[in-house]
Design a protein. Sequence first.
Length: 248
Amino acid sequence: MAELQKLGMVVNTSKSEVVIFSKKPIITDVIIGDTLVKTKTDMKVLRIIFDAQLKWETHVKAVISKCNSKLSVLRKIRGKFKMDQFLKIITTQFFTHLYYCSTVWLSSETRWNLKKLINTAHNKALRITLRDNKNRINQDRINKMTKRCTPKEWGLYTSASVAMKVIRDQQPKHLHQRLLDTLYTCRRTPLIGHFYNNAKGKIGKQSLENRLAHMDSLKTDWLGLAWNDDGIRINLKKTFFTSYIVHE
């Protein structure tokens, strides 16, 4: 508390929450000033529910529940719009919630059962777009017909986009250094970087530098990067998306 006050910060202890991130759940008491605050197993910050073990089940299920509540309305209005118009509605009213801050929780390290839930929710919205009420169209064809990337492609794209900007701008400095610490270069292609996973536990696997094995598929001089934001997006889309159009 004293340290926070030195920084000019005031803590409202009645509204304070504490989560201790660790491999195993830790429930204990923390004293802030004269107030006793019990630790929790999760907390919501800017609409993201952080679990103490960063498992993301609670957050993903909450997001999907919110998205599912919109499906009945989307079905009712589908007939009033052309397909390209309705896709824009799906993007703004469904995908913006489904993929909100997915850079944080959707990656190669996300558990397979959660990815399956996201895939199902993703396809439900697109099936409405295609009027596929009896689930006759397979998943690959759904995304091709609607020209939308898959949840897996979206997760790869967003992680890579953040990494590219950190490498290009060398900011924030501590994250840039961590990326460099987990990087090696191939002798035959010295300017193409490869990341290695140095995680020792579930929490460590959530680190950005431990998500980027897929960056090897980007066959370009991304260590000597001089692209602007548009250049980064174009190159990453060409690398990771089957369909070039994405829901942003």
